[in-house]
Design a protein around this ligand. Sequence first.
Ligand SMILES: Cc1cc2nc3c(=O)[nH]c(=O)nc-3n(C[C@H](O)[C@H](O)[C@H](O)COP(=O)(O)OP(=O)(O)OC[C@H]3O[C@@H](n4cnc5c(N)ncnc54)[C@H](O)[C@@H]3O)c2cc1C
Length: 248
Amino acid sequence: MWFDATGTRLPSPLFPGSDTLGQLQYIVSTGYDYSWFVLTQSIIKKEFALSGSEQNPDLTGKSWRMTARRAINKGAPAPVEAFKMKGVDFIVRDSLADLVSAMNALVGDNLLKLEYLKAQIEARDREIDNPYVKDTQVMNIHNARRYIGDRLIRTAKPHRILDPAHGPLIAVKLNIVTRKTLGGFKTDLDSRVFGSDGQIMPGLYAAGEAAGFGGGGMHGYRSLEGTFLGGCLFSGRNAGRAAAQAAS
Ligand SMILES: Cc1cc2nc3c(=O)[nH]c(=O)nc-3n(C[C@H](O)[C@H](O)[C@H](O)COP(=O)(O)OP(=O)(O)OC[C@H]3O[C@@H](n4cnc5c(N)ncnc54)[C@H](O)[C@@H]3O)c2cc1C
């Protein structure tokens, strides 16, 4: 579950993996530049992945044996476990009361109230056994698990966050960082570059990240992380085709 600095759950549809710009707008509107994930060991094991091939040795090493261990081991992949145990923004506790105290201690204030957090988590937990679930995040998990790949390695089986069998509880303080500029040359759909006067510059094409994030936003201004490569390839194909046509 995702909470702002004051302990209020982010509103639907601002769940992990959804509208990044919407999430950012919401978080900065709170007046704080950080927020919190609260999760369980079962969730971190399946749903935390670190970006970069060196952080996922099982998948990128194409090792069936290491990948299969994800299902057997109680722990997350080794690099994720290392973050969990050593990361300054990771807190691991057996009870929610201890977790909330440690969260407050980490930021040095008393913004988070145990009863308020508990009520929201229990409300979400009640929906786990509801066949007509109304919690949009839980609905999304059910939906994702209809695809076998997501069911096997990307999503934890829905469970109550406060169920000790899935513990310990984990909190992660999330800080806002700039990871990429999302800038680039402005292009049309043929990947032709616009000049500063707003006119097409004949013979100049830009594709991939050079045209802005994900190939000039081919998947939309609010496109999701993980969908950039396709747009980069597509904009490159468009550039090649347009250049060939212009030359013919
Ligand atoms: C850590 C990380 C994780 C990512 N994960 C995903 C993901 O899960 N899914 C997804 O879709 N996208 C992901 N992306 C984004 C995706 O990898 C990029 O959008 C895509 O690879 C960009 O392709 P590109 O060809 O535009 O640029 P690049 O792949 O950056 O290629 C540019 C090339 O130009 C070369 N170059 C630079 N300057 C010069 C020069 N002066 N002369 C000659 N050559 C030069 C560089 O060496 C490089 O080879 C991720 C990116 C990062 C950094």
